[in-house]
Design a binder for this molecule. Structure first.
Ligand code: AMP
Length: 419
């Protein structure tokens, strides 16, 4: 593994995996360029050192079929704006013309390939098969795609002298551009700054946390986060649970949850988590009060009640004031904080307060010297929406990848480079 800081990029061509999977409006304009800006430092580093860059990314889920709405040509103006440079667009990934364009690329120039996922080879999945294909047909087709994938990877690798991966958001996928291509550059593969920063932030939280350490888990379901919770129980002093997953725990403890979100088949799991927390000496905090509504609607009737006294016909959609005070007190005393998942249905203004207040407490603890890592799509959206993104230590750009890393899984995109 090489280091981007001192790699000799002068005169070299770099093939770089970035995550330009950005939201577009109906006019195909980029509505949020965060991910493009996140790759800026790495791209500019190569250019400043006298190298040239061939960018590759996916956009959406075209499932192996070229489609106008998923074309990366739509992001070219946004990339040009972020880099302050012209970007040459290649309208495929592995055509003759594209190979010629890559060969003609001069130091300081940037080229962007078309959406990698226009090719089945990127993900290695036989999307062309119908749903009613037999298991045997699927097996044969998968084998064929995997064979074609080798050629695809080889072709992409042939454009460049070295490989940089800076797409943390897809690091948990074993795709052609995220994992396999590194094999063609055994001595010349490296992480970009974004991935490096993500890994530093996560390692700090997981492996060298200053104590006390608090994890705050929210969001909809226990089932999505159970592996993360289990791994965190080995590491944290406090585990705060909020959001929809609260109610599976409350029901498991025998509380009344009314029409709140409960995963009936996860009650045993919730009991196990509570027991494991006790065994490990982890302070597991559940909400004590909540804001309940008579329907899943911003304009529903609302009232506050104890979290284990939710009546039939009512559902808990946010944490209450007493809970906010209790959670905030623990957060303020923490030196390391990890936050994933909102405390309530923050997309609706009447059920946003708990998430806002917890985000504020994390910001305040950070100001006092704590290290705070916020990750996962919805908590990132929340801190951004509340204007607090620059008041926490690190905002992770890769929700799924971050969760898998915290679960303790080896991410293929990381392993391919780190070994
Ligand atoms: P996740 O993707 O698992 O982090 O879940 C995020 C989603 O959980 C958001 O869309 C929230 O609206 C939702 N959520 C948070 N709290 C609740 C709740 N009490 N009841 C239902 N959904 C919730």
């Amino acid at each position: 593994m090489k280091n981007i800081d001192n790699y000799p990029f002068k005169g070299k061509k770099v093939i770089m995996r970035v995550d330009f999977n950005v939201p577009l409006n109906s006019q195909f304009e980029v509505t949020d360029d965060t991910r493009i800006r996140a790759a800026r430092q790495t791209i500019l580093k190569v250019l400043e050192e006298g190298g040239s860059v061939i960018l590759m990314s996916h956009l959406g889920r075209p499932n192996g079929k070229p489609q106008e709405k998923f074309s990366l040509k739509h992001v070219v103006p946004a990339v040009e704006k972020v880099l302050g440079k012209k970007v040459i667009f290649a309208d495929d990934c592995v055509g003759e013309k594209t190979a010629d364009m890559a060969a003609a690329l001069k130091p300081g120039e940037v080229m962007l390939l078309e959406n990698l996922r226009f090719y089945e080879e990127e993900e290695g999945k036989p999307y062309h098969l119908g749903k009613d294909a037999t298991e045997e047909e699927k097996k044969v087709a998968k084998g064929q795609v995997k064979e074609k994938q080798k050629e695809f990877v080889k072709k992409l690798a042939s454009y460049a002298d070295c490989y940089v991966n800076d797409a943390f958001g897809t690091a948990h996928r074993a795709h052609a551009s995220t994992a396999l291509i590194a094999g063609h550059f055994p001595e010349d593969s490296m992480f970009g700054y974004l991935i490096r920063n993500e890994l530093d932030a996560m390692d700090k939280v997981l492996h060298h946390p200053e104590k006390p350490m608090t994890a705050i888990m929210g969001g909809a379901k226990v089932s999505d986060k159970i592996m993360v919770i289990e791994n965190l129980l080995e590491r944290v002093n406090n585990l705060i649970i909020g959001g929809g997953m609260t109610y599976t725990f409350i029901r498991a403890r025998g509380g009344k949850t009314g029409n709140s979100l409960v995963e009936e088949d996860k009650l045993d799991l919730a009991v196990q988590v509570m027991e494991k927390a006790k065994q490990k000496g982890v302070n597991l905090l559940l909400p004590v009060d909540n804001v309940v509504a008579d329907k899943f609607d911003n304009d529903a009737h609302r009232k506050v009640c104890p979290v284990d006294q939710v009546e039939e016909g009512w559902m808990g959609l946010d944490i209450g004031e007493e809970t906010i005070r209790m959670f905030s007190e623990v957060i303020m005393k923490s030196k390391t904080i990890l936050w994933n998942g909102p405390m309530g249905v923050f997309e609706m203004s009447n059920f946003r307060n708990g998430t806002v207040e917890i985000a504020r407490a994390i910001a305040a603890a950070t100001e006092k010297g704590a290290f705070s890592l916020v990750g996962g799509g919805d908590s990132v959206a929340a801190v951004t929406q509340f204007g607090l993104a620059d008041k926490v230590s690190y905002v992770s750009t890769g929700g799924g990848a971050m969760l898998e890393y915290i679960e303790g899984k080896e991410l293929p995109g990381i392993k391919a480079i780190r070994g």
